[in-house]
Design a protein around this ligand. Structure first.
Ligand code: G1P
Length: 303
């Protein structure tokens, strides 16, 4: 099988960050384990992996992150306890957290940036295309965000693909911003991304508003060919003194091997306090058990 036809089976989830924006909550608990309604933040990205057909999730962790490993591990004692006490539904919820996924863990011992975190997973990924999901971004849409990127990768013969979205001028410096051109879609049946496919020509990580090549920012979902590891290994520290994934993406773009699509769903940047609160409210409102009561409560609040 040539590389171009390999299926995207693996996803890398970098979770080594210190979560300083959420102190003191994150002094002893990983940021990724903070609860949004009734699930830890990281579970939303793992559920997106399951819905996208991913089989193997690779966490790039750091110190004090063992709660993530425990969360996605089996918990036979807890399950038996729940079954014995007539709580089979809770037992099932606990059992089904990770679906049929295989989980692996590797460490990023020094905080050298997102590009470096992805590079730490090189051996576990091997010579095949893979997804990257930033766990503090929740992406809600009818078609799972990662699945759309996998379809683009397949339809373009193995090129990289990223989701972007329009970013207001005052927030451009928080994102990787793309310079792109519209291209004729290579196909993909009736897929919604057909009409909004872009070829990325270049990218700039966290530019000032006057240096930004567009207003399209990377949202936190990537599908990448394995060549990215060679590019990242050669990447020197960039913005903020870190090895930036965006700089590796520039090499893919130069080889005309990177596509972008404008995300059509709702993105929550829950890595930021306000974004976290907004995610909690919006996801709470959609919750089948809580939604109606919560909406009533919000209506009655004297704001
Ligand atoms: C990272 C990426 C950036 C991307 C952003 C999306 O930045 O480096 O290109 O736009 O995630 O959330 P971070 O938010 O980790 O600083």
């Amino acid at each position: 099988m040539t590389r171009k036809t390999k299926r995207v089976r693996k996803a890398v989830l970098p979770v080594a960050g210190l979560g300083t924006r959420f102190l003191p909550a994150t002094k002893a608990i990983p940021k990724e384990m903070l609860t949004v309604v009734d699930k830890p933040l990281i579970q939303y990205a793992v559920e997106e992996c399951i819905a996208s057909g991913i089989e193997h999730v690779i966490f790039v962790t750091g110190r004090r992150k063992s709660a993530i490993e425990d969360h996605f591990d089996l918990a036979p004692e807890l399950e038996s306890f729940l079954e014995e006490h007539g709580k089979s539904e809770s037992a099932r919820t606990v059992r089904e957290i990770g679906g049929d996924l295989q989980f692996s863990y590797t460490r990023q011992s020094v905080a050298l940036g997102l590009g470096h975190a992805v590079l730490c997973a090189a051996e576990l990924v091997g010579d095949e295309p893979f997804a990257v999901l930033l766990g503090d971004v929740i992406m809600a849409s009818p078609a799972p965000a990662t699945r759309e990127l996998i379809e683009i990768c397949d339809a373009t013969g193995g090129a990289g693909a990223i989701h972007v979205e329009r970013v207001p001028r005052e927030r451009l410096h928080f994102y990787g911003i793309i310079d792109a051109e519209t291209v004729e879609s290579p196909g993909g049946g009736n897929a919604a991304w057909n009409d909004r496919l872009l070829r990325v020509k270049n990218l700039v990580e966290k530019p000032s508003a006057d240096k930004a090549p567009s207003d399209l920012g990377i949202t936190g979902r990537y599908v990448l060919p394995p060549e990215i590891f060679d590019y990242l290994a050669e990447t020197k520290p960039g913005a903020g003194g870190e090895i930036q994934l965006t700089d590796g993406l520039c090499r893919l773009a130069a080889a005309e091997q990177l596509y972008a699509t404008v995300f059509q769903g709702r993105t929550h940047d829950a890595g930021d306090k306000l974004g976290f609160l907004q995610a909690t409210v919006e996801i709470g409102l959609k919750d089948p058990k809580l939604g109606t009561q919560f909406r009533e409560y919000l209506r009655k609040l004297k704001l």
